[in-house]
Structure formats: structure tokens, C-alpha cells
Write a protein that binds this ligand. Structure first.
Ligand SMILES: *[C@@H]1O[C@H](CO)[C@@H](O)[C@H](O)[C@H]1NC(C)=O
Length: 89
């Protein structure tokens, strides 16, 4: 091959290499922005789930308190019923 021909082939190969590198870089950027979108979505989900968890634990705490109050009421009623029964008999 003549000297000019070889140079032209090398320029062509360099061009192909550059195109391929640019393609890889573009793919990497697309993958990166895809990952960034997923992270943003997961953060939103995290916030939603945490809010749900907070709501549920508030409800749970309220239920525990209500349960305690109800148990005390039942105990008081039982006690007063036992007392009034013992007074009748
Ligand atoms: C989810 O949110 C909580 C509270 O904002 C934070 O502490 C935690 O690091 C978050 N988790 C992720 C994976 O971002």
C-alpha cells in the first residue's frame, strides 16, 4: 500500500475509534441519567413509605392508649359490679 493510502486508512480507523468512544460515552450518560431518575423515584417512594410508617405508628400508639383506658374501665366496672352484688347478698 502506498504511503498516502496507509495514512488514509489510519485516519479512517481513528475516526471509527472516535465514533465508537463517543457512542460508549453517550450510552454511559444515558445509563447514568437513568440511574439518577431511579434514585429520584426511590427517594419519593422512601418519603411516602416513611410518612405511612409515621401515620401507622401514631395510630398504633393511640390504639395502645385506648386499649389501656378500656381495660381500666372494664376493671372498674367489674369491681363495682362485684361490690354491688356483695352488698345485695
Ligand atoms: C429515607 O428517608 C430517611 C428520612 O428522610 C433517611 O434517613 C434515609 O436515609 C432515606 N433512605 C434512603 C435510602 O434514601
Amino acid at each position: 500500500m502506498k504511503r498516502g493510502g496507509r495514512l488514509r486508512v489510519m485516519k479512517f480507523l481513528a475516526h471509527l475509534l472516535l465514533m465508537s468512544l463517543l457512542g460508549i460515552k453517550r450510552q454511559e450518560q444515558m445509563h447514568l441519567s437513568d440511574l439518577e431518575m431511579q434514585v429520584a423515584q426511590l427517594c419519593v417512594e422512601n418519603t411516602t413509605l416513611l410518612k405511612g410508617l409515621t401515620d401507622i405508628s401514631h395510630k398504633f400508639n393511640k390504639a395502645v392508649v385506648d386499649n389501656h383506658v378500656l381495660r381500666s374501665d372494664v376493671e372498674a366496672l367489674l369491681l363495682s359490679s362485684i361490690l354491688s352484688n356483695s352488698m345485695v347478698s
